[in-house]
Ligand binder design. Sequence first.
Ligand SMILES: C[S@@+](CC[C@H](N)C(=O)[O-])C[C@H]1O[C@@H](n2cnc3c(N)ncnc32)[C@H](O)[C@@H]1O
Length: 462
Amino acid sequence: MSRSFPSSVKNLTPSSHALALLLIYGMDLGIFDKADDALYDALSHAPFDRLTPQERGLATMLVNESLRWSLTLKSRIKTLTKKRFKDLQAPLRHLLLLGLLSVLHPQEREKERTYSQVQAWVELAKACKLAPAQVGMLNACLRRASEELAPLGDVEANFKGTALERQSLASGWPTWALKELQQATDPETVDAYIQASHHKQPMSVFHTQAQSEAEMHPVLETLALQGIKTQQPFLPDFPQAIHLEDALKGGITTLPDWDAGAWYVQDYGSAWVARHAWEAVKTYQDPVVVDLCAAPGSKTWWLAKAVEDGGHVHAVDVSAKRLERLTENMTRLKLNDRVSVHTADATTFTLDTPADVVLVDAPCSALGTISHHPDLWMNRSEASLKEFPPLQLAILSQAASVCHESSILIYSTCTWRVAENQRVIEAFLKTHLDWRLVEDHTLSMTALHDSFYVAILHHFND
Ligand SMILES: C[S@@+](CC[C@H](N)C(=O)[O-])C[C@H]1O[C@@H](n2cnc3c(N)ncnc32)[C@H](O)[C@@H]1O
């Protein structure tokens, strides 16, 4: 398969629909790996940097929702064309996928808008120089779909598959993921996770100095005076977190004192994990702390804050590119004197001084973040998940080797998969008899946050 766009697609007039097509087509060709990075890049450069905020919002919705529902949309394409998605030509198949999303998405499905929705995709097909027969097929399929097919979230009345396949089509979740989640938890939780995975979570911003509601008071007053509407208290247990009700015109960096390091963008789940690590670090005097899979550094901030009265943090990651963002953040937050950055493989990383606390925020399937990253359904398969537990165990074992006799190890992931959480800890404890699991917790996926897992392990010396 060719890994570049044909010129008719590359040179489309910039619009939300054209950008969505480029992204979905590019993900399918393997030109892009991560949808959010690709969208961010496209919207930051010509020609798509000219799109209005409304057009950007529409392109983002089209991309995210078509990835979230890709499995169901491909099944509907098969119903309509009698062909599998991958057997149809590009970019016809991508136009069909996006067009079907427009006419079948529950939020977009308004009868009076169907004609203009179909028309927009047909016009784009013409601009891509599709053969008239393909344009006609797209037009006919979208019209038929809008009249005959159930909206996304519903399953056709005559559906003949198993209960699991029905749930898969109704949710957009692959059967392997549903089966694994069903084995891990009860049916109500499975339903709650599915619902949460379709919910757009609000973004939270943490004030880096305030610790309590009282300390947040003057900060909120300043924001209100500047006409910035917030919701606060916003996150359970974190009075310093706010939710911005409207996007800031000039972007997040226009928050007062942004450059002086007053704010930090972080999701609740990430803060929840980081605070466990923060509490462990606080039990030592002048601790040596290792953040072993640190980039882009969301949790390093908490570790660096925990050593403000003495101590040091070593931030390690195999990706030099991702570490650049960590360095930028630590510099802005004026924490870089307390943090050393190491580009290294965590399975072999060593340190001259033994560490008091090591955080292993392990590379994982990230399925707990599906609400943020719907492209995971495209990038993950049952087979590809097998690579994670051995890597996680190797990193955790190396983490133990940089510890001393009474260190604390924190292991965390952003997945609900037992194979990457409890099973990894069990395997570690089998071969590390001088370590004990003190506590472990799973944060459920909700409309407010992703799913995370954290385990606290103590080294002991009886
Ligand atoms: C879950 S992310 C870490 C997120 C980070 N702790 C934060 O809160 O921003 C996992 C990280 O592990 C890194 N990674 C993957 N394999 C690694 C390895 N063998 N050694 C070190 N880092 C690795 C990835 O580059 C990625 O940045």
